[in-house]
Each structure stands twice: as C-alpha cells, then as structure tokens.
Design a protein. Structure first.
Length: 347
C-alpha cells in the first residue's frame, strides 16, 4: 500500500525528534540519482518544521564501471565524496546529515562522524520506513544486546543444518543499530534493529551451513539448497553446494580480492517490526533488504570489510547473510535459541 506524504512527514518528525534535532541546527540532506523522491520531499518538510536550517547536497553516482548491480552495497569502493573536499566540508559543518544516498564503508564517512556530525541513513522505500519506525524500546533492547557482546570473549553459533562456528571477540567494539542518531558523531540506519561486532582478526573458525530460506545480500535471494562454508583463520576458505554456491563464488571472484572472503560483522536481529518474508514482495532494485538484516532472531554474519569498526580491511566486496533457526551463545550463554531471542535473565 502506498504511503501518503502526511504519513511520511509524521514518520520523519518522529525520527528527527528521537535524533534530538533542535531549532536552528544545520541539516544537510545528501542525495544522488537513486534517492526516493517522496523520502526526499518529506524529509525537507519535516526538517524545516523542526526549525532546522536545511540544505540539500546532490552528488552524481560513481562506480558504474565496477559495480555488479544498481544496489548501493554491491560495490564499496570510492563514493561521490572521494576527493570532494567542498562536499565533505559542508557535511562536517552540519549538525545532522540525512543520507539518502548511501555512504557506508567509506573513509569520508568516518572523517565526517569524527567531527561530531550525526549521520542517519534512510534509503528503503517509504512504506518500509513507516512500518519499521524506531522506538526507545528498540534502542534499549539493542544496547542491552550490545553490552552482552562487549562483555563476552567468544560467540558460538550452531544450527540443526550443521553450522558450528566459533568467533573469538574483544578486538573490536560492539555496535548498536536502532534507527536514530541521538549522540554527536553517531551513525545509524532507519530502519534497523540489531547488535553486532567483528570477530578478532584471523580468529573465526568452523563451519557455516546456509539452509533453505536463508538470504544472500546484495543478491537479495532466498537460498534454495544448502551452502557449506568452511571457515579457517578468519576466512571462508571453501564455499560449496549447488547452483546457489556457484553463483556466490562467481560473484565474489569478480572482485579479485582475497579479503572479500574474510569474516566481517557478526550479530543478531532484534527488530520485531521487520519480517523475513518481506524481501519476496519487492523487486530487487526497490530495496537494499533491511527487513532481512533486522528481523528478530536472525543470525546475521557478513564477508568482507571491517573498517567500519576500526579495522584495516577495505575490500569493495561485502556479503550480508541473515540466517534463520540458529542458536547464538556468548561465553556459553544462549542469546538466540533456534531463531528466538533469549532476553537477559530468561532461561
């Protein structure tokens, strides 16, 4: 069902309020060729209604000669900000940047955040944004989960399909994504709702078995037959199976980068308003798949870079894999049991 401008303005007002936007603050809305016109139109109205000084910065797309698809996460190389000193200066001078373009995994984004600017990414279709509005409860649940990650030294993931993965932790921080930016220098993504970290460099080991119904992103496909991934010394050293495994191997080989096969972030979804099944309702170019990443109880792991957490890997290939029906344990305590979140204190 389409969303009215009125509903979108209300949604933006809700998120901007949670993000503590104040009258007189500087807001820059970052856009590009793929920006959704209704999201932009209503963001401009809502930010002005809050009394902010609002600017729009529109930048041309890049990476057309390298990207494997139109998905903004299909190639993580240069961004429209690379070498663009005037644009970076404008964003650093802003209190809040509404990223309707996608700056993920870029050194420019880190530089802007270090100045104290807040960045909120919002690129999903309006109806997803409205349905998955963040809340203070989302923040509390995600931050509690992140605290459990930060206090643990080992994440162990198992499944009846055969997954048995050990990930030592502690080298990188725990990260909370709950859909709004309420602190200076904070980045977040509306919609979201998950806690994550990155395993110690070179430490992840074991076996991952992707089962039917697990999801590959940015392919935005449900797996139809098992994929077996052998993990050694922090890298996926072997990916085998049927056609789905062949497609994944061929896609990743196109980047010609061994670091593409490194285990990247690990964590679990906590967003009850997101649905595993939503991806089946959309054309592949209409969404980047945040329902898949955030639905409650998934084990979300990725392959590729770790520079978002301060690591040195900056490979342009990034694969996100939300898995169902996994059990996730931290130092022997279950936090997800066969795809169901176990809150702290529950048996």
């Amino acid at each position: 069902m389409p969303v009215s401008d009125f509903e979108m303005v209300q949604a933006w007002d809700h998120v901007l309020t949670l993000s503590q936007l104040e009258r007189g603050q500087q807001v820059t809305i970052l856009t590009s060729a793929a920006t959704h016109p209704q999201t932009l139109r209503t963001a401009l109205i809502a930010a002005q209604m809050k009394g902010a000084v609002v600017n729009r910065l529109d930048l041309p797309p890049v990476n057309a000669d390298k990207a494997h698809s139109r998905d903004a996460l299909a190639y993580l190389g240069t961004t429209p900000l690379t070498g663009n000193r005037s644009a970076i200066a404008a964003l650093k001078a802003s209190d809040l940047v509404l990223d309707l373009m996608t700056l993920l995994f870029s050194p420019e984004q880190h530089d802007i955040l270090a100045s104290g600017t807040k960045i909120l990414l919002a690129v999903e279709p309006p109806e997803i944004l409205v349905r998955a509005l963040p809340s203070l409860r989302d923040r509390d649940r995600v931050k509690a989960a992140a605290a459990r990650i930060a206090a643990a030294g080992m994440m162990h993931v198992t499944s009846e399909a055969g997954t048995d993965l050990h990930c030592p932790m502690g080298q990188f921080p725990a990260i909370s994504e709950y859909g709004f930016v309420d602190e200076p220098g904070r980045w977040d993504h509306w919609p979201s709702g998950f806690a994550l970290t990155f395993p110690d460099e070179g430490g992840a080991r074991g076996t991952i078995v992707l089962d039917r119904g697990d999801i590959l992103l940015p392919q935005k496909t449900y797996i139809t037959e098992p994929i077996h991934i052998t993990v050694e010394n922090g890298f996926a050293t072997r990916i085998t199976g049927g056609m789905d495994a062949d497609l994944l191997n061929d896609y990743m080989a196109g980047f010609d980068d061994p670091e593409a096969f490194a285990i990247s972030h690990i964590g679990w979804g906590l967003q009850s308003k997101s649905r595993w099944s939503t991806l089946a309702l959309y054309d592949r170019e209409a969404t980047i798949g945040m329902d898949a990443r955030a639905f409650e109880g998934n084990f979300l792991f990725s392959l590729g870079p770790n520079n978002e957490a301060g690591g040195s890997r900056t490979t342009t290939c990034h694969i996100d894999v939300p898995m169902r029906r996994c059990t996730v344990s931290l130092d022997g305590t279950e936090v997800v049991r066969r795809g169901v979140v176990v809150e702290e204190g529950e048996g």
